[in-house]
Design a protein around this ligand. Structure first.
Ligand SMILES: [Zn+2]
Length: 351
């Protein structure tokens, strides 16, 4: 059997996006065709022919569609997982098609066909569909701003970045919509980050081997002053998408005690690369180890989190929020210099 690699997964994902976008576009065209065909039978809603129920239904639908339009870009910038895996072109086409459908529906919402206005059963069916669509779009609209909520500077431990160069957050933030770790209280606020090259890719060749990834073998630095609480250094490098070690999820790791009830974990490090041992004192910025692909991991990345108890798997432990003293960050379109910055999924950053 051929070995599955990340390039293949990326292509499949891209093709799926193109196909779904094509199907949606076709449905939109068919809808437009039938609307134009029945143009003469359609009524401008705010005129006398439409009764109050039809107007209510339409208002509900319009509200839902506006929420949907507002959600689309945010959803695709931050909520969508692993954005760099999908080819940029396919991603963009999908967003454009969604916009097209939503705008067309919004415009059509101001008119209604004769049969809709007169037939009771059709009217009720349309009412139920409108309630369903509006409720789901409005719900999404409530979720989306929530993904940008994060703890204030006062609540956060201020750290330095553990890496150098251009990186991206794949999972980060407070909400489970942008950070799968948040489902697990000790790893609330944990982040998984990957290094990017000049073109913004996080792997070269076909991504079948750990060495294809920019993060693999890159230097990891202490994000804070502290004492090394414990280290693990003997786990092998996993195969891409094959070797998730659920018994030793963190793989090779360094745990730093920053202060009372503050323990920082750096995980999935490269076997044999650790430069510190238990009891060592470290200062922020000190070289600690190389990033790797050990433990419960699908491809090379650096995992970092802060918790209030020393034992990694302590079910009573709680994840602590942190921010970074200084970084250059690109969230939507532009790069900006940020102080005390908090990362969320799909943020690109450098120091
Ligand atoms: Zn992680």
């Amino acid at each position: 059997m051929m070995e599955q690699n990340l390039k293949e997964i990326s292509q499949t994902y891209g093709q799926a996006l193109w196909i779904v976008a094509g199907i949606f576009f076709f449905i939109g065209l068919v809808r437009l065709f039938f609307v134009l065909k029945t143009k003469s039978e359609r009524n401008w809603l705010w005129k006398a022919k439409a009764d109050w129920l039809v107007i209510c239904i339409k208002c509900l639908f319009i509200l839902g569609l506006i929420a949907f339009l507002a959600d689309i870009p945010v959803w695709f910038v931050t909520v969508a997982q692993f954005r760099p895996v999908a080819p940029v072109g396919a991603h963009l086409v999908f967003v454009i098609v969604m916009f097209y459908i939503a705008i067309q529906e919004l415009i059509l919402s101001f008119t209604a066909s004769n049969s809709l206005i007169k037939g009771f059963v059709k009217k009720m069916m349309f009412f139920l569909i409108s309630v369903f669509c509006s409720a789901s779009f409005l719900l999404a609209a409530f979720i989306v701003p929530g993904t940008y909520l994060y703890p204030s500077v006062n609540e956060c431990v201020i750290l330095e970045l553990p890496v150098k160069g251009n990186w991206m957050a794949m999972h980060a933030g407070e909400e489970k919509w942008v950070n799968y770790h948040s489902n697990y209280p000790p790893q609330m606020y944990a982040m998984d980050i990957v290094k990017l090259n000049e073109e913004g890719h996080f792997f070269v060749n076909n991504g079948a081997d750990s060495s294809d990834f920019l993060s693999f073998g890159d230097s990891v630095f202490a994000p804070c002053n502290g004492i090394i609480y414990q280290t693990v250094n003997g786990f092998k490098t996993q195969q891409i998408y094959k070797g998730e070690d659920t018994i030793n999820p963190a793989g090779n790791q360094i745990e730093i005690e920053l202060a009372a009830k503050q323990y920082l974990f750096l995980a999935h490090l490269l076997k044999g690369s650790l430069q510190v041992k238990t009891g060592d004192t470290v200062v922020a910025g000190q070289f600690l180890a190389l990033s790797g692909n050990s433990g419960n991991t699908t491809f090379p990345h650096l995992h970092m989190h802060l918790q209030n108890k020393a034992i990694l798997n302590d079910t009573n432990a709680l994840g602590l929020p942190y921010r970074f003293k200084q970084m250059n960050r690109k969230r939507f379109v532009f790069w900006g210099s940020e102080e005390n910055a908090f990362l969320i999924r799909n943020d690109k950053f450098s120091n």
